[in-house]
Write a protein of this length. Structure first.
Length: 439
């Protein structure tokens, strides 16, 4: 549903808040500032960009809607600057090829820096057509891919998932690689599958391949994606204030030797969204983490450090059955987790081994973690057997239905009787004017 709040420019008023609660998918924090309203943007002129960024199209301003035709490349040595308040959409295609995909190749730079009241928004073309009757869908926008030469545990000739060809390789020896800056950015209704649904070769909302610590990522929200919201393929980049809302597949995916730090992140489910499956079974995780696709012990070992994490699924077990694990660590990956809450998934935290090997407690370094799961709060999977597992550093567990709120005011998005609110875990301005939880 489009959030046509131009009828009340005082979008942050309590009146607007109350009116927005009438729709079943609308939370009390769906209101936006006037600068972040689709209806106020849709009549702007449209500038289509295709091929490679160059000196004539390397500055995207807020007075224009920018339309990405196919795959647009920011090549080595080129910088693309996107101003605060700018809206970007995909040019629709009928030939089943990727469109609305912005790729920053090795050596390229993307500076997309919004503000709390004027974010940079990559979104569905259907929200910018000035027609309230059209409905956005996952896949309406392609996605953003940033590639760098920071270390991974794959060959530097490896092509990033979702694309094909030598132009789209990632990885190297430059841990301090700088791919630019993304701040106060929303990516909505993204995703593209190169081969077929759930092929394992998809474009995510934000894909990061070999991105280094010189890159700035903060206040980024990915909503209603067709695949993962955020995927980190190796690299050393740090990120803060991340929101994944209503992902079809995983909210946060780490593999191929990623070793950066994530500070203050929220994964929030909307059980009315689409849901990924594998073999007919739910396949959506809050976090999915592998060392690599084969589960080898090649280094660097995937081991993100995540500080202050909140993963919220569905409130009851029937809705929770649409999802798999809040946190799934497998294939010889490792996870360092400090101050985290998971709730509303079938399994809270699952540690899965390779080839029937025993669980290694050293793979998980947890401090002050609370875990809820409708079936298991914390578990191991060895071969085909899943069983309860005690994990050091998990200080509280629950398997109740309704799911445990863990002290949050009302964290479940689809409970219409009480406004959504993750307080006191709102470390990343998750309810700020830059976010949007209803469309």
């Amino acid at each position: 549903m489009k959030n046509l709040i131009f009828v009340a420019l005082a979008a942050l008023s309590l009146t607007a808040c109350s009116e927005n609660e009438t729709d079943s998918n609308v939370s009390s924090f769906s209101m936006q500032s006037a600068s972040a309203d689709y209806a106020s943007q849709c009549s702007k002129p449209v500038q289509t960009v295709s091929g490679n960024i160059n000196a004539t199209n390397n500055h995207w301003t807020a007075g224009t809607i920018w339309e990405i035709d196919g795959i647009v490349n920011v090549q080595s040595g080129i910088t693309l600057t996107i101003d605060a308040g700018t809206y970007i959409k995909a040019k629709p295609r009928t030939d089943n090829t990727a469109t609305g995909v912005l790729v920053v190749q090795k050596g390229g730079t993307l500076n997309a820096n919004g503000t709390a009241t004027a974010p940079v928004v990559f979104t569905s073309y259907k929200l910018l057509d000035c027609n309230a009757a059209t409905t956005a869908a996952p896949g309406d926008f392609g996605g953003i891919v940033i590639l760098g030469d920071a270390p991974t545990n794959q060959p530097t000739t490896t092509t990033i998932e979702g694309l094909s060809g030598a132009l789209y390789t990632y990885g190297g020896a430059n841990a301090a690689h700088n791919g630019g800056s993304l701040t106060y950015v929303r990516i909505e209704f993204a995703g593209y599958d190169l081969l077929a649904p759930n092929s394992g070769n998809e474009i995510n909302g934000l894909t990061l391949g070999g991105v280094g610590s010189g890159t700035v990522l903060n206040h980024i929200q990915v909503s209603y994606g067709k695949d993962d919201s955020f995927e980190f393929f190796g690299g050393t980049v740090n990120a803060s204030n991340l929101v994944s809302f209503a992902a079809d597949d995983d909210n946060f995916d780490f593999d191929n030797g990623y070793v950066g730090t994530i500070t203050c992140a929220l994964a929030l489910a909307d059980f009315n969204s689409t849901h990924s499956q594998s073999g007919g079974n739910p396949d959506s995780n809050g976090i999915e983490l592998d060392n690599n696709s084969t589960g080898s012990t090649v280094t660097p070992i995937t081991n993100p450090v995540i500080n202050n994490l909140t993963i919220v699924g569905a409130r009851n077990s029937a809705q929770g059955a649409l999802y798999e694990n809040a946190i799934h660590v497998r294939r010889n990956g490792k996870l360092t987790l400090n101050d985290a809450i998971t709730t509303g998934y079938t399994v809270g935290i699952l540690n899965e081994t390779v080839s029937g090997a025993a669980v290694n407690p050293a793979d998980l370094s947890f401090t002050n973690v609370s875990a809820h799961g409708f079936t298991f709060a914390t578990a191991s999977k060895i071969g085909s057997t899943t069983a309860a597992l005690t994990i050091s550093g998990v200080t509280a567990t629950s398997t109740t239905s309704p799911a445990t709120a863990w002290g949050m005011t009302q964290p479940f998005f689809n409970v219409t009787s009480t406004p959504w609110n993750v307080t006191p875990r709102n470390c990343g301005d998750f309810k700020g004017t830059w976010t949007n939880y209803s469309f």
